[in-house]
Write a protein of this length. Structure first.
Length: 119
C-alpha cells in the first residue's frame, strides 16, 4: 500500500514543473521570433542584391550599345525602385554601378560592365 501512496505523491509533484515549462517557453518564444526575423531579413537583402546585380548587368549592356542615360537608369530603377545609378567609362568598358537601401539601414551595391560599342 505504501507504493500506491508514493506513486500518487509523484504525480502531484509534476504540477510544480508545469510553471517552469511555461516560463521556459516565454523566454524561448522571443528568441525564436528574433532568429526568424533576422533570417527573413537576410533572405530579403540577398534577394534585393540579386535583383540589383541582374539589373545592373542589363543596364551596362544597354549603355554599351549607346542607349540614352534615362533608359539605362530606368532599367535599374524598374527592378529596384530606390536605386541610385552611376554610369562610368573604364577604358573600353562601360560600367554601371548602383546602390539601393536594404533592411535595417543597410545598403546593397552592384557593378556591371560591358564592352563599349558591343551589340
Amino acid at each position: 500500500m505504501m507504493r500506491a501512496r508514493l506513486g500518487g505523491d509523484r504525480r502531484r509533484g509534476s504540477d510544480d514543473d508545469q510553471g517552469s515549462v511555461v516560463a521556459e517557453f516565454a523566454i524561448a518564444l522571443p528568441a525564436i521570433a528574433v532568429v526568424l526575423a533576422v533570417g527573413v531579413g537576410a533572405l530579403a537583402g540577398a534577394s534585393r542584391q540579386v535583383r540589383l546585380q541582374d539589373a545592373v548587368a542589363d543596364a551596362a549592356r544597354l549603355s554599351a550599345r549607346g542607349e540614352q542615360t534615362s533608359r539605362v537608369t530606368g532599367a535599374v530603377t524598374a527592378a529596384v525602385a530606390e536605386a541610385s545609378v552611376d554610369i562610368s567609362s573604364r577604358g573600353d568598358l562601360v560600367c554601371v554601378t548602383a546602390s539601393a537601401p536594404a533592411l535595417l539601414g543597410l545598403r546593397v551595391n552592384a557593378t556591371g560592365c560591358a564592352l563599349a560599342g558591343g551589340l
